[in-house]
Design a protein around this ligand. Sequence first.
Ligand code: B12
Ligand code: SF4
Length: 480
Amino acid sequence: MRVALVVPPWGPDDIRAKDTRGISGCWPTPGLQYIAAVLRDRGHEIIFLEGFFYTNEKMRKMIADFKAEAVGVYVISLLWEQASTFLNDIKIDNPDVFTFIGGHGATAMPDRLMAECDSLDTIVVGEGEITAGELIDAVAAGEDYSKIPGLIFKDSSGKVVRTAARPMIQDLDDLPFPAVELCEMERYWPSFEQVSTVPAMQMIGSRGCNGSCIYCYKMYGRHIRLRDPVKIVDEIEGYIKNYGVREIKFWDEHFTHDHEHVYKFCEELLKRKINIRWWVSCRADSVDKRLLRSMKAAGCWCINFGVESGVQKNLDVLLKFESIDRIRVAIKLAHSVGIKTHTTYIFGIPGETFEEGLETIDFAKELSSFTVEFFPITPFPGTPLYKGVMQGKFGKMSSALDDQGMLLDRPCFVPFSMTADNIMELRRLAYIKYFFRPSFLVYRITNLMSPFQLKAMYYGAWSLVQMLGQQIEKLVKPKG
Ligand code: B12
Ligand code: SF4
């Protein structure tokens, strides 16, 4: 069957605040690349269309030229409007085309999406490889798919039907590597603050996280499934050979959960003498010096720690189960072995005050990571935070899905303890106070790792100038 897999048309304006649009890039979507690989291996003909490169009109034309018989669309909640418009247009062009969607947004609020889009035939819920494979095989053969687990669709009477739950894939090594070769790889580039050099590739080495943070949408549950380190390194070798890749960004939710697994991965890289930089995310309570030394020796240049707040009470509200002291220790340890850190922080935690937000900024300065990000907290559908907000707890939230981005100009959620202006001011102050420190600027300049990072600094500086302008405007503008 001819299947078009599509990231709907989108641009930096849809997902970023004005002041950080300059640093925006686009990574390919790993989930859709996995779906593409599975469908290809089942004998279907695939075209992969990235909405960052094409307009809606252009993609419709490409789908018509390809004579697609099925169109599968990646959906996150923020970009649902673009996705549903696209699905409607595709059905206008060819009413017989079979449409299906998957992804975090599709999984978190399937009933709403089904109700809002008549052009949508089926939703693949959760982990999609096996379900999408069975679904497209059935559609191609003209067979009934109503018994395939993991689906939501409307029956002939218009009633929404949900099939049995699809169990998680037991062994991730059964999956093929993501079909990167179907994407226009040469057209992608990462957002500037996200890598130390290019070409860079992203990878998923595990799925799941044992944490329970209330703002995190945990599609893969608390049990962490690991890929074989040998296969992960095989995949890396392929990227080096085929694309000259110099850096890997692992999007695993919690890379260092199983130390033995990390040691095996590092040993494999060293054994094959693979010289590559890599970047991972992990929890602060899961690292020690021996592990960090091994990671550094095998090429890890940066670790992302989701710090979120410098106030213990707020970490407790988020159910982070991390202590401020442990975070401090983890970051010091990483720096002591020569690994840089990227730390992220959120403002607008339920119950957080403006003054506590200022304490978080001080904590970020104390930790002094190489790169930082400050976000307004965003309750994504499917998270305990979102459920609480819907029950009237915690604060007020916009119901428009396109407001649900953590990088936009306004927060979509405001806790009872703050105002929207407080949150945006804390974000601006955080960047200004963090970067306008002579010692920090010296650290950044003396630690440049490639011309790409020089470019990143240029765009970062431009963002800061805009934030400074906004802050000055706020201070001089008469109140009321
Ligand atoms: C990698 C990543 C990115 C990358 C790559 C984005 C991309 N397009 O894939 C970057 C950094 C660019 C990014 C950006 C953003 N991201 Co992001 N990102 C992730 C992350 C960390 C991993 C996703 C991943 O690859 N997982 C591994 C793959 C294998 O799993 P998967 O994506 O779930 O795919 C499986 C299923 O969902 C399903 N599936 C997926 N797509 C499809 C399509 C079809 C047709 C079918 C049938 C099935 C299917 O099958 C796949 C295989 O099993 C997740 C958090 C997480 N840990 O999951 C957030 C996450 C997906 N991102 C999120 C958000 C909000 C964003 C941004 C909007 C950020 C912002 N500005 O506010 C932007 C949007 C950019 C964009 N256009 O996509 C949210 C989405 C929330 C929601 N409810 O929709 C998440 C869940 C993080 C969170 N905050 O909780 N992100
Ligand atoms: S530690 Fe990270 S991935 Fe794990 S639950 Fe918390 S936010 Fe989600």
